[in-house]
Ligand binder design. Structure first.
Ligand SMILES: Cc1cc2nc3c(=O)[nH]c(=O)nc-3n(C[C@H](O)[C@H](O)[C@H](O)COP(=O)(O)OP(=O)(O)OC[C@H]3O[C@@H](n4cnc5c(N)ncnc54)[C@H](O)[C@@H]3O)c2cc1C
Length: 306
């Protein structure tokens, strides 16, 4: 089964989720060809184990992001039984537009794939998990961190194709990230604070722990809405970012359904809350009933020993 993987990029290179897309393609018995829009990350993609071919697609349209133009240009250089892309804002748009051009179905935001093809994904803001089967040809977008990455050591052939398309909507300016810290959408470990942190100044405790374990710092909507120092880019949940890290530490977060919608698919959830009845304990693998003032110094001390 030929699988076309749309490489996800970050700046001038490949985003780590691309190796997860390749891993997922292999898990359903696919032979992955990776398409690199504008040529970004082509050499890196070729070194991912299991990739059979990399097509570097270059053209004027890749100078600015227009999902329609990118999808048209990428679509015309490959066939394939399955299109796989990241469930990122750009990946979703490109995959959906390619599916529309081809007249094939698309399943968005998958968290599990098995041969067949059976696709599992959260629906209704994470309140239910749906498993469906989809026939090929089809397109599927995958949630970041839900799939094992393919390893390194590949040496796929890279070919370059000149292919452009008319740009209808051009991004003129992208505002820089509100924070220079690791983005929650990209992190494998997240420590998030809620209104229970009491004051935005107290997020410094979360930052310190995050620096010790290479985590990103997130927040609940109540924290973002209450304190202007906590930018919206940090918000996890239904109206924030959807994350699937290996470890999610929720500190002073009650666990409202809208927050759970963005993080309940995390592999391990640790909750620190002074209220033993807080709903967050209903989804937590490990719960610490304590104030953060008591729990975080102890956590910092133990992490320091490692
Ligand atoms: C349409 C809609 C969309 C929404 N989208 C989102 C979203 O994307 N993300 C999101 O997070 N919310 C979202 N919300 C808001 C959501 O309903 C909750 O209001 C919000 O998640 C509550 O945030 P919180 O848990 O930080 O605050 P609170 O509900 O105020 O909870 C604070 C928690 O901290 C604990 N606490 C207090 N002091 C301490 C202490 N010293 N140590 C330890 N624990 C302490 C308390 O016991 C409590 O459980 C949305 C709501 C709506 C209606």
């Amino acid at each position: 089964m030929d699988v076309t993987v749309i490489a996800e990029t970050s700046g001038d290179g490949l985003h780590p989720v691309t190796a997860q897309l390749v891993g997922a393609a292999a898990s359903i018995g696919g032979t992955p060809t990776v398409l690199c829009a504008g040529g970004t990350g082509a050499a890196e993609a070729a070194s991912i184990s299991g990739v059979v071919k990399v097509i570097s697609v270059v053209g004027d349209c890749f100078e600015t992001f227009d999902s329609g133009a990118w999808a048209k240009a990428l679509n015309s250089v490959t066939g394939g039984d399955v299109i796989i892309a990241a469930a990122s804002p750009s990946g979703r748009e490109i995959a959906a537009t390619m599916a529309a051009i081809r007249g094939i179905p698309i399943v968005q935001d998958a968290t599990d794939l098995t041969p067949g093809i059976s696709v599992t994904r959260p629906i209704y803001s994470g309140k239910a998990i749906e498993t469906s089967t989809v026939t090929t040809p089809c397109a599927i977008t995958l949630r970041a961190n839900a799939f094992d990455s393919a390893g390194e050591g590949g040496s796929a052939e890279v070919s370059t194709v000149n292919q452009s398309a008319d740009v209808a909507v051009a991004v003129k300016e992208a505002i820089a990230k509100a924070s220079e810290r690791l983005d929650v959408a990209e992190a494998d470990i997240i420590i998030s604070g809620g209104r229970g942190m009491g004051d935005p100044v107290n997020f410094s405790h979360l930052n310190e722990i995050a620096d010790m374990i290479g985590a990103a710092v997130g927040a609940s909507r109540a924290a973002v809405d209450t304190w202007e120092e906590i930018p919206h880019g940090m918000q996890v949940g239904q109206t924030g970012k959807t994350v699937t890290p290996s470890l999610y530490i929720a500190v002073g977060i009650s666990g409202a359904i809208q927050h759970l919608a963005g993080m309940r698919t995390s592999k391990y959830i640790v909750a620190i809350n002074k209220d033993p009845d807080a709903p967050i304990f209903g989804v937590a693998d490990y719960g610490i009933v304590a104030t953060w003032e008591a729990a975080l110094p102890a956590l910092k001390e133990e992490l320091g020993k490692l």
